[in-house]
Structures are given as structure tokens and as C-alpha cells.
Design a protein around this ligand. Structure first.
Ligand SMILES: [Zn+2]
Ligand SMILES: [Zn+2]
Length: 271
């Protein structure tokens, strides 16, 4: 029965058209972000044999639509607590009001503050600030049963504080958004390219490789590349960069490298 008690991670969707993941412990099942429609979330959960009604709560990293698109409907249908910072909630509610003309209601809103840990069932959640152009964006580490899972996507660079949070992770989900050269020569207007490349934009393959070579502690059983750009990256390029970086440190044998995808679910990743 031990296998059933492990912590598992499923990446339901990852990328600029919607992000959603599930972390499951013995007693708790969390949705991390709700960026695909409620219907698609349920559909992908079912393909993995997961029952949407078994979700305990929803955690939100920030209010960009690729992280909250399905939130209102999911919260209404599942009636589970939704954890987000006050500023993220404010920004989300304002955007929803501008779109629909009415302020959305979350039946069970739970506000947290970046830097302050909290407990959901048997999972300890630590939210920490990341540099990104949203109201109050966070990454998370989640701990249960001696297992630590780290989530960092949507960040322009990796400050020392974020690198510190990622020590000792058994599963590390990290953004590998774009290849710098593909972005430079790609179809985006210059203003958008500048935004993506900025200190509050998205993490490049190269920036991730730099972290893997110079700061990463080789602790993860699984490294999951996430939030890949469909325009400015290619899964094989992202994989090659990360593999090269891990092999420089001799860590390629310790770490299994996985790629999360926009179009289909990945998982369960069990540790
Ligand atoms: Zn995003
Ligand atoms: Zn974002």
C-alpha cells in the first residue's frame, strides 16, 4: 500500500494558453492554478483516473488569465476553498467585473500572504514572491509525508530568495519558457518580446540552465520543464538545454527530466 501513500503530481496543462496541476498526498488533493476551463479540467482529470470531487482546495499563483480562466466555474461547482493573496484576489475580481459587469463571488475565499506558510489538510504550503508583472505573484513549495514539491513558473529571473526556496525539492516544476534566439527572431511585436525578456517576464531555457548548473542542489527525482512557449520554444530545444545543464553537474542520472505540455496531461509523477 506504500505506493498509494506517496505524493503525486499531475500536470494537467502547462503553457501560455492555460496552467493547471494537481498535487496529491495521502489525505489532500490540491489544484495548483485553474487556467483551463472547468470542463477541460474535469476531462483531463478523468483521463488520469482522478475524481474532480475529491479535490480539497485550489491554490492560485497570480491573476493572469492562463492561471485563472476556469477558476470561477470550478469554485462554483466544487465549492472548495480557494487560496490566493488579497492583492491577487482584488485584481482577479476587478478583471472579472470589467468583463462581466458584476463582481464575482468566491464562496470560500482564503487569503494568504507571500512568505507565510499555511496548512491545507496534510500539505504544508509555502508561498513566496516571484518577479513577474502581476499584482502579487507567488511560487509555491508543498510538503507532505517528507516529500517537497516546488512550483515556479512565470518569473523574469531567479532571485536568490527563490533559489533558496527550491533547495531540497523531490519534484521541481520550473518554467523553461523560451529560447532567447527563437524569441529574438520570432513573430512577436518588439514590445511583447521586451516584456517576455524583462525582469518581470518569463524564464528562458538559458536562465533555467544557468540555475541548474550553478545553484541547483541535485535533490529532485523529477525535474519538470513547464510553461513552454509554443511560439518561441521547442520541446526538444528546452529538453536539450536542461539535459546539457544537468549533465555538466553530473546530475543527469539522479534527475528524470519531464516536459509538461499544453495539449495533454502529464502524470502521475509519483515520489
Ligand atoms: Zn502564465
Ligand atoms: Zn503570468
Amino acid at each position: 500500500m506504500l505506493a498509494n501513500m506517496a505524493v503525486s503530481v499531475c500536470m494537467l496543462a502547462s503553457g501560455s494558453r492555460g496552467n493547471c496541476a494537481i498535487v496529491t498526498s495521502a489525505r489532500t488533493k490540491l489544484l495548483v492554478d485553474a487556467g483551463i476551463s472547468c470542463r477541460e479540467t474535469f476531462k483531463r482529470m478523468k483521463t488520469l483516473g482522478e475524481d474532480p470531487r475529491s479535490l480539497s482546495a485550489i491554490l492560485i499563483t497570480h491573476e493572469h488569465s492562463d492561471h485563472i480562466y476556469g477558476l470561477a466555474m470550478l469554485a462554483r461547482k466544487l465549492r472548495v476553498p480557494v487560496f490566493m493573496t488579497g492583492a491577487t484576489h482584488h485584481a482577479w475580481a476587478r478583471a472579472m467585473r470589467d468583463e462581466n459587469g458584476e463582481r464575482p463571488q468566491l464562496e470560500k475565499l482564503e487569503r494568504f500572504e507571500s512568505g507565510h506558510r499555511f496548512q491545507v489538510g496534510d500539505i504544508e504550503v509555502r508561498p513566496f514572491t516571484i518577479p513577474h508583472d502581476a499584482a502579487d505573484p507567488v511560487g509555491f513549495t508543498l510538503r507532505a509525508e517528507g516529500v517537497k514539491v516546488g512550483f515556479v513558473t512565470d518569473l523574469g529571473y531567479l532571485p536568490v530568495s527563490v533559489r533558496d526556496h527550491l533547495r531540497g525539492c523531490d519534484v521541481l516544476v520550473m518554467e523553461s519558457n523560451h529560447d532567447l534566439e527563437m524569441l529574438r527572431v520570432g513573430p512577436y511585436p518588439w514590445a511583447v518580446k521586451q516584456r517576455v525578456m524583462s525582469r518581470v517576464g518569463h524564464l528562458s531555457n538559458e536562465a533555467l540552465a544557468d540555475f541548474l548548473i550553478n545553484d541547483y542542489d541535485n535533490s529532485a527525482t523529477f525535474v519538470v520543464l513547464a510553461h513552454l512557449s509554443e511560439q518561441n520554444n521547442h520541446p526538444e530545444i528546452a529538453r536539450r538545454e536542461a539535459e546539457k545543464a544537468l549533465s555538466i553537474r553530473g546530475g543527469l542520472f539522479h534527475n528524470r527530466l519531464l516536459l509538461a505540455s499544453q495539449s495533454q496531461a502529464l502524470g502521475p509523477i509519483q515520489v
